[in-house]
Design a protein around this ligand. Structure first.
Ligand code: GLV
Length: 300
């Protein structure tokens, strides 16, 4: 089985991936995009991490595109992608666990006001605020997939009342009004793009906080900035942005009510993800069902 590796990772990172993949599935041949292009019809699988648009077009005999990313929005946006080739998302328990840890950090810091203390330290201000219990801080998780479920399971034992909303979960506005911390883990699709807009923020409680660990395209940046500037929202924790890296001139960088991560809430783990890829490629080879296939119409 010849596999092409395509994506925007740097050379060191590809080497780490290639080593992990070769160890997990030694019987396959792992080729870079350049090497695979010499004999494209020999290649039956593409393993990708944001491949260049059009980069997979020469490979006309692909039987599977396996993403190393959980979110496949950028992949599906490539109009040259062969529409009849199945795409599998990355569903990696280690990645879901990392996401649950990062959400726990953000939730704890919002609940206890640690981000506000950080600001006060910078201003040389020694002042305590009221300490609340976890059961007083209701958390709403948007997304009921792998990530959403892992996050809810991590938060509940800490004492937070957790609700979850999915795409067929009924009206969102009453839930937004009833929770203090809202965590977005939805996939980016035609129906969720720009969901976090002025209407959405207005439906949130005064003094609530938003955590966006989904995609930058979920958020209308100016609407979020307006909600933070007016004080309607207390804080935003953001990991993902419409343009990444976030341009230096963007207001999020220095906003006192914004805490940012560089798309690092949950990275794909080489070791565990390589095992997930190997299991899927073996299933393909042996004619068994491939796991975590993307529904092109649904968009994830
Ligand atoms: C990260 O954002 C991913 O989709 O894997």
């Amino acid at each position: 089985m010849k596999v092409v590796l395509a994506g925007d990772l740097d050379a060191t990172e590809w080497q780490a991936w290639q080593a992990a993949l070769a160890e997990a599935l030694p019987e396959a041949t792992w080729l870079t995009l350049e090497r695979a292009a010499a004999a494209p019809d020999d290649v039956s699988v593409a393993v990708v991490a944001n491949p260049p648009p059009g980069g997979l077009a020469p490979f006309r005999r692909l039987r599977l595109i396996q993403s190393l990313w959980a979110g496949v929005d950028r992949l599906l946006a490539d109009a040259t992608l062969p529409s009849d080739v199945p795409i599998a998302r990355m569903v990696d328990p280690a990645m879901s666990a990392a996401m649950a840890e990062t959400v726990l950090w953000a939730t704890l810091a919002l609940h206890r006001g640690f981000f506000a203390y950080q600001q006060r330290q910078r201003g040389g201000e020694w002042r305590q605020h009221r300490q609340r219990r976890a059961d007083e801080v209701a958390v709403l998780v948007l997304g009921r997939g792998e990530m959403g479920r892992a996050v809810a399971a991590r938060l509940r034992p800490q004492g937070y009342p957790v609700s979850a909303w999915g795409r067929d979960g009924g009206p969102l506005a009453p839930l937004l009004a009833a929770h203090e911390v809202v965590i977005n883990l939805l996939p980016l699709t035609a129906s969720t793009r720009s969901l976090l807009d002025a209407r959405f923020f207005a439906a949130m409680r005064a003094g609530a906080a938003i955590v966006n660990f989904g995609r930058g395209g979920h958020v209308v940046d100016d609407d979020l900035l307006a909600a933070l500037d007016s004080g309607h929202l207390r804080h935003a924790v953001l990991d993902v942005f419409r343009t990444e890296p976030l341009p230096p001139s963007h207001r999020f960088w220095a906003h006192p009510r914004v805490t940012m991560l560089p798309h690092a809430a949950a990275l794909t783990d080489h070791r565990s993800a390589a095992a997930v890829v190997a299991a899927n490629l073996r299933a393909l080879r042996d004619g068994r069902p491939v796991a975590h296939l993307v529904d092109h119409v649904r968009g994830y």
